[in-house]
Design a protein around this ligand. Structure first.
Ligand SMILES: NC(=O)c1ccc[n+]([C@@H]2O[C@H](COP(=O)([O-])OP(=O)(O)OC[C@H]3O[C@@H](n4cnc5c(N)ncnc54)[C@H](OP(=O)(O)O)[C@@H]3O)[C@@H](O)[C@H]2O)c1
Length: 351
């Protein structure tokens, strides 16, 4: 089956996704009967492109890799999408699936939420790695999608391309989740690892994380626990049927942890990790983000570097831990593909 795709935002994740599609199109067709034709792209500074017969991805990627604008693709020819904003693109591009890959705004979840609503109202499935809409408006967006007989997929919002949500639609379906605990921010885990393994102080480890591109110039969202908090809110609302907002979650980051604290913890047979957790207690959902000293026997204590991990406590299987990458161009680009394959799987069953 062939799907027409519209892309809103073409930065790291968008380009990672396009690279995967370009590289694996034959494999996806042969093995999964999945083909994708990108018909429209709208990006803030790189420009927009609307080509109903499909964009040549190899040519487009070459242009993007040279740091040029998307509109270079039509050099010399009239660009029908010149100046087209995402809302207009979503309406006009006749895509089956919109991939929404703009920035996360955790206070308002905009403009992404408006793009998602527009997609559902114009009959398009949505795939996104943007944490804002899933954290603030999951239930509303899911309802809107269902009312229109469409799917809302957001695998990349938690642990990037490492499967979390799809696990419970497939292999772990039927299990009820009693508790979730995890390391959901790679930057803080990288910093804590360097503070232990190379005896760096917090500031030096943070600088290294920034140099290597793990941390932003303004690292607050990572080191103060806001990024992990948004992810535990998504997990709470999706898996524990909660209705919590980021402001409902107690949060503490790692900026007050010293290398002496890390050393002392280790001497006690424990290791500091930034843990995001949620548990249902007497019908109340309690979510928390805080640095915790874990016994070294805890699977989460063994997660080092920029990796992410989640331990689920399940009614049928007991404790189960998954670990994998939590960020990256190809890793998160893959989450977009995997959501599209889930849509393909769903639609194939209906035929
Ligand atoms: N990178 C990761 O590893 C990762 C992992 C998990 C989740 N995510 C999430 O995935 C999303 C995309 O991440 P990213 O790393 O690809 O970010 P990015 O590199 O900053 O790319 C975002 C792209 O969206 C464009 N954009 C911003 N506002 C727009 C608007 N209103 N309309 C159209 N285009 C707009 C930006 O254009 P300009 O640059 O021209 O302004 C940029 O090209 C974010 O929500 C992020 O939180 C990322």
């Amino acid at each position: 089956m062939e799907y027409k795709i519209g892309l809103i935002g073409c930065g790291t994740v968008g380009q990672g996704f396009l690279e995967i599609l370009n590289k694996k199109s034959e494999y996806l067709m042969d093995k999964i009967d999945f083909a994708a034709k990108v018909v429209g792209i709208s990006d803030k500074l790189k420009g927009s492109l609307l080509i109903p017969e499909g964009i040549n991805l190899a040519k487009l990627l070459q242009i993007l890799n040279q740091g040029k604008k998307i509109s270079e693709y039509l050099k010399g020819k009239k660009n029908a999408a010149e100046g087209m904003d995402p809302l207009e693109m979503i309406e006009k591009c006749e895509a089956d699936i919109i991939a929404e890959l703009t920035y996360t705004d955790i206070k308002t979840a905009e403009p992404a939420t408006s793009y998602l609503k527009k997609a559902f109202r114009t009959g398009k499935h949505v795939v996104t790695s943007n944490k804002g809409p899933a954290a603030l408006y999951y239930k509303e967006l899911k309802k809107l999608a269902q009312r229109n007989n469409l799917l809302f997929k957001f695998e990349g919002t938690v642990m990037s391309g490492t499967p979390v949500f799809s696990l419970f639609e497939n292999g772990l379906a039927g299990n009820e989740i009693k508790e979730i605990r995890g390391i959901l921010n790679g930057t803080t885990n990288f910093i804590l690892t360097k503070m232990e393994e190379e005896k760096m102080d917090y500031k030096k480890a943070l600088k290294l994380a920034q140099k290597l591109g793990y941390a932003e110039a303004d690292p607050k969202a990572d080191v103060e626990g806001y990024d992990a908090l948004v992810k535990i809110v998504i997990l709470s609302n999706v898996f524990l049927d909660a209705n919590i907002k980021p402001a409902d979650v107690k949060r503490e980051g790692i900026s007050s942890i010293s290398k002496e604290d890390v050393k002392e913890a280790l001497a006690e047979g424990t290791r500091y990790k930034l843990i995001a957790s949620v548990k249902k207690e007497k019908r109340q959902v309690k979510a928390l983000v805080s640095p915790q000293k874990l016994p070294l026997s805890d699977p989460l204590a063994g997660i080092m570097g920029a990796n992410n991990a989640l331990t689920f406590d399940l009614d049928l299987l007991g404790k189960m831990t998954i670990q994998g990458p939590g960020a990256g161009k190809i890793e998160t680009g893959y989450s977009i593909l995997s959501d599209m394959l889930a849509i393909h799987h769903h639609l194939s069953k209906q035929i």
